[in-house]
Design a protein around this ligand. Structure first.
Ligand code: G1P
Length: 293
């Protein structure tokens, strides 16, 4: 049982229709929160968790993510020649040297479960992480959510771990919802998980957010998962099947989640990052006070 999560999968094949028209040409994962694209926050969190292999499940039209993590020869040599070392370090720092990226395509948009299954040839039969970059989880200088989950998985003999957060009852049909028995302040053992239940039938208001630590076994379960909610192959349904075989824990992470899959979430994330930035915090506060006053 490896004690570190080496591989993390990023399903990034979505069309980003909520951000049209920008997403006609800009992948939604490239939308910036201040000066960094969403995907950078997700990758930093994976690296913080110990990953050295990042698997991007993309579609045939999206090249920006590969370009972003590629070496930018011309830009880098210009910055080096003009002695702009800080900018150079920033450009080169998008990916640490020991980390490699692998790109696989999802030929058809058949659902999140299908997207994760596309990573099987790269991940093989070992525990891996999944990050949905739309969910930006920020824990300041503390351990990222995925690292917290990877550590818990190791402590719990390789149990699957899924990040959860309470949501308003009327929102249950936007999420995977778990029914779980508390084990500690942050962890609970999942009894049942269901994708996007209507509020009146949801087993709780504890929702899955975009972080998972899963065993390689999930791929075989995904291969046998029939289309579920919305006619899509759901990761949630394969996790429900996994529950019959081994422990899967729901984990309330330390940190704040911003749902950057919608505009308000992106606004909130941008504000939070501005307020956390020493140079921007003061002017941002002043602007808010002026506008509100
Ligand atoms: C996906 C998952 C869902 C989860 C959500 C978190 O849904 O299927 O279980 O709660 O991500 O963001 P999607 O947002 O892709 O519809």
């Amino acid at each position: 049982m490896p004690n570190r999560l080496r591989k993390v999968v990023f399903p990034v094949a979505g069309l980003g229709t909520r951000f049209l028209p920008a997403t006609k040409v800009v992948a939604k994962e490239m939308l910036p929160v201040l000066d960094r694209p969403l995907i950078q926050y997700a990758v930093d969190e994976a690296v913080d968790a110990g990953a050295d292999t990042l698997v991007f499940v993309t579609n045939r039209y999206k090249h920006a993510i590969a370009d972003y993590f590629d070496k930018a020869y011309e830009l880098e040599s210009k910055l080096a020649q003009s002695g702009k070392n800080e900018l150079l370090a920033m450009v080169q720092g998008t990916l640490p040297r020991h980390v490699r990226c692998v790109f696989v395509t999802q030929p058809e948009a058949l659902g999140l479960g299908h997207a994760v299954l596309c990573a099987k040839p790269v991940v093989g039969d070992e525990p891996f992480g999944v990050i949905l970059p739309d969910d930006l989880i920020w824990n300041g200088s503390g351990a990222g959510a995925l690292r917290q989950m990877a550590d818990l998985s190791v402590r719990e003999n390789g149990a699957g771990v899924i990040a959860v957060e309470e949501v308003a009852r009327e929102q249950t049909d936007k999420y995977g919802i778990v029914d779980a028995r508390p084990l500690s302040e942050r962890a609970a053992k999942i009894n049942l998980v269901v994708e996007k239940p209507k509020p009146e039938v949801a087993p709780s208001n504890l929702a899955i957010v975009g972080r998972y630590v899963l065993p390689g076994r999930i791929f075989e379960l995904l291969e046998n998962t029939k289309p579920g909610a919305g006619g899509e192959i759901q990761l949630t349904d394969a996790i429900e099947a996994l529950l019959g075989e081994r422990s899967v824990l729901a984990y309330r992470f330390e940190g704040t989640r911003f749902d950057c899959g919608n505009k308000l979430g992106l606004v909130k994330a941008t504000l939070a990052m501005a307020l956390a930035d020493p140079a921007l915090a003061g002017p941002t506060r002043a602007y808010i006070a002026d506008t509100m006053g």
